[in-house]
Design a protein around this ligand. Structure first.
Ligand code: FMN
Length: 403
């Protein structure tokens, strides 16, 4: 699962104000098990000392083509041959221009001409520089040459301007590197995932809901993105960070979720419904805050729309996966739901004190398939479970459909 373990990564650092962030990026890459070699431009050393990178990478930093070290003569070629991925962060307007025109007048630019592995370029500069026609033209040229360009973030920059140009946080760049190295077995697949709870209002400040945290759906979205899928995530309220590069549609009620799913379903090849949609909603939702006048408050509820059943009825070649959280008779209940809702697979979990399912970071589940077979999995992190679910969708459903 750890694609960075033992990988040879080259971190190129050029002379931008955000060079300090590449120190943290180096630390994260090392923590993930990568072997990192650093190449700095001469100007980058105005911003961060080579010694910092040397200490954190555990290897000599290359700052010049002509340094009198044992392997200096061939170092830039050998490092290029051995690299699994190259990241330039921050990439100045200057290095962007040099790469575009093939200049090789220092260690980093010369090395870059010999590179054959994926290159992740993280431009970072003043907004006016970034938006200038020439920088934009250079970046377009590099993208069309196969460079993976990580767009800078917008915000207040060190130079005082507000706009695009800020280097994304090291965690974001790390995720880009991981995705770049991950096997893309879901490329060209569009996946619609629902996640989190829905909330059904009683009045403007109160609602009924459930304990779903959204963690399983978000883990599936992140896993699918790493594997190359295009992901739309329809999510009820959660405190989780939006998965990078997913289309995120935020909803509140079951009715909102049904609408959002119906808006996006035609486009999807695979639909995974992890959301804990409220089965009932209050018949009336007060337009003002309910006051504590009576000793008793009696509420009437009505059924919400059954989104999963609606999808099963008209799924037309799409893969449909549901989730079932039960407190008893898991096998019976899950199999019933699988058949009734015309699913290809259902992920069942028996909720108990040891396996709370909701909110927890781990889950113990049984996968039930359409052909009547099932597979019980041990307790594991939701991130790991997400990959197993996607593996089974590929092996047990997509490959069967192709036969
Ligand atoms: C304080 C300071 C901050 C700078 N920050 C950036 C920056 O964020 N991005 C950029 O493209 N250039 C920045 N520059 C300009 C580059 O350092 C300059 O273009 C240099 O020639 C880049 O050299 P290099 O690409 O070989 O590292 C900055 C310059 C100074 C003095």
């Amino acid at each position: 699962m750890n694609v960075l373990e033992g990988k040879h990564i080259i971190l190129g650092v050029s002379g931008g104000i955000a060079a300090y962030k590449s120190v943290e990026l180096l630390r994260l890459l090392r923590k993930a098990g990568a072997q990192v070699r650093v190449i700095m431009t001469r100007n980058a050393r105005w911003f961060v000392g080579a010694l910092t990178f040397e200490a954190l990478s555990g290897a000599a930093v290359c700052t010049s083509l002509f340094k009198n070290t044992q392997d200096a003569a061939i170092r830039h070629i050998q490092w290029a041959e051995e690299a699994d991925a190259v990241i330039i962060a921050p990439a100045t307007a200057n290095i962007v221009a040099k790469l575009t025109s093939g200049l090789a007048d220092d260690a980093l630019s010369t090395f870059m001409l010999a590179v054959r592995c994926p290159i992740i370029l993280c431009p970072s500069m003043n907004t006016y520089m970034y938006e200038s026609k020439i920088v934009q033209r250079n970046l377009r040229a590099l993208k069309s040459d196969g460079y993976i360009v990580v767009e800078p973030e917008s915000g207040a920059l060190a130079c005082g301007t507000v706009g695009p140009g800020r280097l994304p946080e090291p965690e974001v760049i790390l995720e880009k590197v991981i995705r770049c190295l991950w096997e893309k077995d879901l490329l060209d697949k569009r996946i619609l995932i629902t996640a989190g709870p829905t909330i059904e209002p009683l009045d403007p400040v109160r609602f009924i809901s459930n304990a779903s945290s959204g963690k399983m759906g978000y883990a599936l979205a992140n896993a699918a993105l790493r594997r190359g899928a295009t992901v739309t995530l329809v999510t009820g309220p959660t405190s989780l960070a939006a998965p990078m590069d997913a289309k995120v549609v935020r909803v509140q009620t079951a009715a909102d979720m049904a609408r959002a799913v119906s808006d996006h379903v035609n486009d999807a090849h695979i639909i995974i419904k992890t959301a804990a949609v409220c089965d009932y909603r209050p018949v009336e939702s007060a337009s003002h805050k309910l006051k504590k006048h009576q000793d008793e408050l009696i509420l009437r509820f009505e059924k919400t729309v059954d989104i999963l059943k609606g999808l099963g009825d008209k799924k037309k070649g799409k893969v449909l996966v549901g989730f079932a959280a039960e407190t008893e008779s898991l096998n019976e209940n899950a199999r019933q739901k699988l058949a009734k809702k015309n699913l290809d697979m259902i992920v069942g979990n028996l909720i108990s004190a040891e396996n709370p399912g909701f909110r927890a970071d781990t889950n113990t589940v049984t996968l039930f398939y359409k052909d009547g077979t099932s597979e019980s999995l041990p307790s594991m992190k939701k991130e790991q479970l997400a990959h197993i679910i996607l593996d089974r969708i590929i092996e047990r459903i997509l490959t069967q459909q192709q036969r």
